[in-house]
Design a protein around this ligand. Structure first.
Ligand code: NAD
Length: 485
């Protein structure tokens, strides 16, 4: 009675056990209680899922549906996500440990995403091209085929939807590999897609170890496209594995984004944004603005106000409406982040606050860590160069605009970032000069589902979201028609 809930795989429109019969346990990050048992996919399941997706692509009705019908089905998925929003948000909150209020926003984003791409289905098409020949060239946008969608654990339902909705909109079929720790909302999303009447095999979901399931998917000859979000380390491996089959690959990888605050900024907004754009989701955010550069004249005031705010952040149970920061995803991940706090101290950075583990009940049982701010940092330090992926901000002063840009660009990453100033010319100069895929002026927001999102340098290849992503889920085909009599 009341034991952990069982979650099978999802293949060809059905819940099925793993061929090996193996299961693994999910642990609640806030309490360390086992709360779910999930089927652990292996190579045989990859075969079954890819075969189902390939059948659905080649023989099924999906890619042949007229665009209005396909759009309607995606709208129905959006409706079902909204109908089940609270259930999905609670599942996500418990599984990842994220505050319920954030989980609700992410579920809404997933529904919005399906709506957006449902609307795009019959608005993107080809062109007629005036070629230098006696005839006309027509271009078509063809689906690619079976796409492997590999998702990380920090924003599971949102990132699954970012990949799934545009892939489906262009007529592809998919196998989703959720992060090992956080497969639950992807499995539920697949059930809702079936309830919306998407044909069997169009969406398949395989929880399991990344090195087994993810790798087998990337290697599989019938998988034509890999869309991966995760660490730069694994992204590099995926690029290598994809070389043999010349697969289409998009990679959304790590980040170490800069937040540049000039002395003329509106501090009423810049201070809370400096906190939350680095510490939201307990800092487990690829867009986290974890490097804070503040003009020297206001540096001391700024970090004092920031530290005051950060020390008042309410840590608590993910499902508690008042909680502002939940636990990290696991005890193992917390140890990794604490390791960085120690490294920063050894390197000579000064901890202004946080970085310690709360021991009192009930927080003492979970993977909690108090949010930390480092000052007296230097650009070459590991804490300034490596992605910590936890609630740690490194703050340092700068004197000139050129120095701020040079500091921001002193990174192998280039995903996101912010600039705060009331000087419009300077805002635009800095926005153009920072090497990054996404940047916000007087804002800490990175993601607008209507605009392209992605990184430069080692933060990735390709873009998600907006209409730009549709190029990554389709192939241009040119057909020349000779019109000579
Ligand atoms: P991860 O790279 O460990 O895992 C990501 C996914 O890849 C998981 O589903 C995992 O099971 C799978 N995987 C692991 N090894 C694999 C292999 N050898 N072959 C194929 N698949 C494999 O990343 P994570 O720890 O889940 O997520 C954190 C990382 O994701 C951070 O670096 C973060 O910056 C990044 N991230 C980037 C974005 C973005 O849009 N740029 C968004 C969210 C997270």
């Amino acid at each position: 009675m009341g034991g952990p809930t069982r979650y099978p795989l999802w293949i060809s429109g059905e819940s099925v056990p793993a061929a090996s019969g193996q299961i693994y346990t999910l642990v609640d990050p806030a309490t360390q209680e086992a709360f779910a048992e999930v089927a652990s996919a292996g190579p045989e399941d990859v075969e079954r899922a890819v075969a189902a997706a390939h059948r659905a692509f080649t023989a099924g009705p999906w890619r042949r549906l007229n665009t209005r019908e396909r759009g309607r089905l995606l709208l129905r998925v959006a409706d079902l996500i909204r109908q089940h929003a609270e259930e999905l948000a609670r599942t996500e909150s418990r599984n990842v440990g994220k505050p319920i209020r954030e989980a609700r926003e992410e579920v809404q984003l997933a529904a919005d995403c399906f709506e957006y791409y449902a609307g795009a289905v019959n608005k993107v098409g080809g062109h007629t091209v005036p070629v230098a020949a006696p005839g006309v060239s027509l271009t078509f946008r063809e689906p690619i085929g079976v796409c492997a969608l590999i998702v990380p654990w920090n924003f599971p339902i949102a990132i699954t939807a970012w990949k799934l909705a545009p892939a489906l909109a262009m007529g592809n079929t998919v196998v989703i590999k959720p992060a090992t720790q956080t497969p639950l909302t992807a499995l539920r999303l697949a059930e809702l897609a079936a309830e919306a009447d998407l044909p069997p095999g169009v969406v398949n979901v395989l929880p399991g170890p990344g090195g087994v399931v993810g790798e087998a998917l990337v290697r599989h000859p019938l998988v034509r496209k890999v869309s991966f979000t995760g660490s730069t380390e694994v992204g590099r491996e995926i690029l290598r594995l994809s070389a043999d089959g010349i697969k289409r690959v998009t990679l959304e990888l790590g980040g170490k984004s800069a937040n540049i605050v000039f002395a003329d900024a509106d501090l009423e907004r810049a201070v809370p944004s400096a906190a939350w754009s680095a510490l939201g989701n307990a800092g487990q955010d690829c867009c986290a603005r974890s490097r804070l550069f503040v003009e020297r004249r206001i540096f001391d005031t700024f970090v004092t106000r920031l530290a005051d705010l950060v020390q008042r952040i309410r840590l608590g149970a993910p499902l508690d409406e008042q909680t502002e920061m939940g636990p990290l995803v696991s005890l193992a991940h917390r140890e990794r982040v604490r390791g960085y706090v120690r490294v920063g101290q050894e390197e000579g950075a000064r901890l202004l606050c946080g970085g310690d583990v709360p021991h009192d009940d009930p927080l003492g049982r979970g993977a909690y860590l108090r949010p930390a701010i480092f000052v007296d940092v230097r650009p070459a330090m590991r804490v300034m160069q490596e992605e910590i992926f936890g609630p740690v901000i490194c703050a340092m002063p700068f004197d000139t605009e050129e120095e701020a840009v040079a500091l921001a660009n002193d990174s192998r990453y280039g995903l996101s970032g912010s600039v705060w100033t009331r000087d419009l010319g300077r805002a635009l100069r800095v926005a153009r000069a920072v090497e990054t895929g996404v940047l916000s002026v007087n804002s800490g927001h990175s993601v607008h589902l209507e605009a392209p999102f992605g990184g430069v340098k080692e933060s990735g290849v390709g873009r998600e979201l907006g209409l730009a992503v549709l190029d990554h889920y389709s192939e241009w085909k040119s057909v020349f028609v000779d019109t000579r009599p």
